[in-house]
Design a binder for this molecule. Structure first.
Ligand SMILES: Cc1ncc(COP(=O)(O)O)c(C=O)c1O
Length: 448
């Protein structure tokens, strides 16, 4: 545990960066130490983080030096550049570099400038934003849509806005941070159900309703889980919500636009367009922009959230440029070209998943732009991802507490600009990197 290493933590210590220190611990270790000095935990964290950086074991906080395309360059926090095959960006249909999307941004720049200067409850809406809400409503088959400044803000704001302290949230244990944080901020009555386990969710709902018929229940899940690339049975969840007088919210950040017929995501794949109570999403994956939304059937839901979802009410509305990018991206998502881009994406995903599996690796979930490769122990995963970078493969490491302990993973994200050959090349690099760090396992017994 990093905090048990006083020498390594001592301010100004001249000790050489300690490899063991960099291979162990997690961000969760720096959350709860009591101290009258609020920054003491930040200093402890910074020491651990810089030790990891010094060993090349910190694949976080990197910055793009070129667009998020199939090849790119990432700059580490210490200024070193890593260039290579890029499976670390989430521009799933590669629309950020699409000429029509860029032209839409330029055209809007001329008409509106760059900024909306107000929240959506004041004067921050622009006419184009209202047109985007209508286009999304038609796309989703849900007539009422409200835009949010980010996808995170949509998830947090919708839950915190709807749920009172006496209400309940029943939520998949692996749901995204914005949903978990929103639930915890709203109520003490947060009930975690086992991942994708509808029967467990049912038991929780039944137990709540046995003792509480007065308060509301929000049932929360995702279309495609961002760490596991798997999906719940949405029809079963919606039926549960009806049975127990709960409201279902599904976050479709990763699948909307990138998967399913017409880009309808998991909701479309499961034949449920327009049938989920409340849908929230993010534009930052497939729609080439920051931003998020909530969609539902009633105007009451939309208007209530405009005033009671603090992340919309008290935050600046999307800029006209972001709106133009999202709207043009939506047009492409819905077009024949969109189908073609999804097909390209899926070919790479299938090739990558197959090649990784043939290398004997465990690939989680189902075919989606997210391809999670289970690595296991955190120390092993950190060494492996460093080796991949040296072999010019860029992919994200995800470790505890974002995923359970000892189940660190490589989260590869495919885009339509990748080719299946690049998928196979990436899989070979992953396997070579793992083989290369294996000798370390002999030297360090706790390396798997
Ligand atoms: C399920 C889910 N919801 C919301 C978000 C946040 O979206 P944004 O990054 O656009 O704020 C993410 C981000 O990865 C996500 O995975």
């Amino acid at each position: 545990m990093p905090l048990d290493e006083p020498a390594a933590l001592a301010e100004g210590s001249s000790r050489l960066p300690n490899l063991e220190f960099a291979l162990t611990g997690s961000t969760a270790d720096f959350l709860t130490q009591a101290s009258p000095d609020l920054l003491s935990k930040a200093r402890a964290f910074e020491q651990w983080e810089s030790t990891r950086l010094a060993h090349g074991l910190l694949p976080f906080g990197r910055s793009l030096q070129s667009p998020p395309q199939a090849h790119t360059t990432l700059r580490e926090q210490d200024g070193r550049d890593l260039s290579g095959l890029n499976f670390s960006s989430q521009d799933y249909l590669s629309l950020s570099s699409h000429p029509a999307v860029q032209e839409a941004a330029r055209e809007t720049l001329g008409r509106f400038g760059v900024h909306s200067a107000g929240s959506c409850v004041l004067a921050g809406n622009v006419g184009d934003g209202l047109a985007l809400e209508q286009a999304l409503a038609e796309f989703l088959g849900l007539p009422q849509v409200l835009l949010f400044p980010t996808g995170w803000a949509a998830g947090f704001g919708v839950i915190k806005g709807l749920v009172r302290p006496d209400d309940h949230v029943v939520i998949d244990v692996l749901a995204h941070n914005c949903l978990q944080e929103g639930a915890r901020a709203a109520t003490r009555h947060v009930h975690l159900h086992r991942h994708l386990d509808v029967a467990h969710a049912r038991r929780l709902l039944a137990r709540i309703r046995r003792s509480d018929s007065r308060n509301g229940i929000l049932l929360v899940s995702e279309g495609c889980f961002s760490m596991d690339a798997d999906s719940p049975d949405l029809a079963a969840l919606q039926a549960l919500a009806h049975e127990f007088q709960a409201l279902l919210v599904v976050d479709v950040a990763h699948d909307l636009g990138a998967l399913g017929p017409g880009g309808q995501g998991q909701i479309g794949l499961q034949g449920l367009q327009g049938q989920i109570d409340v849908v929230i999403g993010a534009f930052s994956k497939t729609f080439a922009s920051n931003g998020g939304f909530v969609a539902g059937r009633s105007r009451a839901l939309k208007e209530y959230l405009r005033y009671y979802a603090a992340t919309a009410t008290f935050s600046n509305a999307l800029s006209p440029l972001q709106i133009a990018v999202i709207h043009q991206s939506l047009k492409i998502v819905r077009s024949v070209e969109g189908e073609w881009r999804r097909e390209q994406l899926m070919q790479t995903v299938q090739a990558l998943r197959l090649a990784l599996t043939q290398q004997g690796l465990t690939v989680l979930g189902q075919a989606s732009p997210i391809v999670p490769v289970l690595l296991g122990e955190e120390r092993w995963a950190r060494l492996a991802v460093r080796e991949m970078g040296q072999r010019h493969l860029l992919a994200n490491l995800v470790e505890f507490p974002a995923v359970p302990r000892h189940s660190a993973r490589l989260r590869m994200q495919a885009m339509s600009s990748h080719t299946p050959a690049q998928g196979r090349q990436a899989a070979a690099t992953v396997a070579q990197a793992l083989a290369d760090v294996r000798p370390l396992a002999a030297q360090t017994p706790s390396v798997a």
